[in-house]
Ligand binder design. Structure first.
Ligand SMILES: [Zn+2]
Length: 224
């Protein structure tokens, strides 16, 4: 039976960096993949303007269409300042989308990323997904986001994968979809580069006996 999947990301491009190749495979297999991007993703940078926010949303739409996703939605929480709004507001936004889509599976950020928006996105998704909510997903997983997850202090609690997905067949499509985010991608050896994406997939592959893998940490799975 086909499933409904929701990726909740803080910024445009996180959805692909974190779960892109897996989501592309799920979409190809007939699942319905939706993306919710909570933040504006641009205004904290020097010289940025509202037009940059719209350009990034256009990039996200182009990326979603390249990836075969069913929809992409946007909220407008302030870039790199999710801690300036009440967590309840972010949680309510997530709850609204859970109620609308009733996803079977939700993917979101790891709770110990360096980026504050990522950490609060995790908190909001976890709160919205508490089992007493009738629209809570049966499965909640976190992903790693290059240039945030690995940049956290190594003394901090680390992303610890429990699930590896074989993405040998969709890694190229992920990198192609990331091409829509020209303004966000960087030149190697920045980790948020095409090479960085490939190297991480190979490294997660080494851990799991696969040519290329995306790794996830299972937060909760409820089987009925
Ligand atoms: Zn981000």
């Amino acid at each position: 039976m086909s499933k409904t999947i929701l990726i909740v990301a803080a910024h445009p491009d996180d959805e692909l960096l974190g779960a892109g190749a897996t989501a592309i495979a799920r979409a190809k297999a007939g699942d319905s993949v939706h993306v919710l991007i909570l933040g504006q993703g641009a205004l904290s940078r020097e010289g940025s303007a509202q037009s940059d926010v719209h350009a990034l949303q256009d990039s996200a739409k182009a990326a979603a269409s390249s990836a075969g996703f069913a929809s992409v939605s946007f909220a407008t929480f302030p870039d790199n300042a999710f801690d300036s709004v009440p967590l309840l507001d972010i949680t309510k936004e997530v709850e609204k989308h859970l109620a609308k889509l009733k996803p079977d599976v939700v993917y979101t950020h790891h709770e110990h990323d360096l980026n504050v928006d990522h950490r609060l996105t995790f908190q909001a998704v976890l709160t919205a997904s508490r089992p007493c909510n009738e629209n809570a997903p049966a499965e909640l997983l976190t992903f790693e986001t290059l240039s945030s997850t690995e940049w956290q202090s190594k003394d901090h609690k680390q992303f610890a994968p429990t699930i590896y997905v074989d993405v040998a067949k969709t890694l190229d499509a992920k990198i192609e979809a990331l091409g829509a985010y020209e303004s966000e991608m960087r030149a190697y050896p920045h980790s948020r580069s095409n090479e960085g994406v490939r190297i991480l997939a190979q490294y997660r592959g080494l851990e799991s006996g696969l040519e290329a893998a995306e790794a996830f940490q299972l937060v909760r799975k409820i089987e009925k």
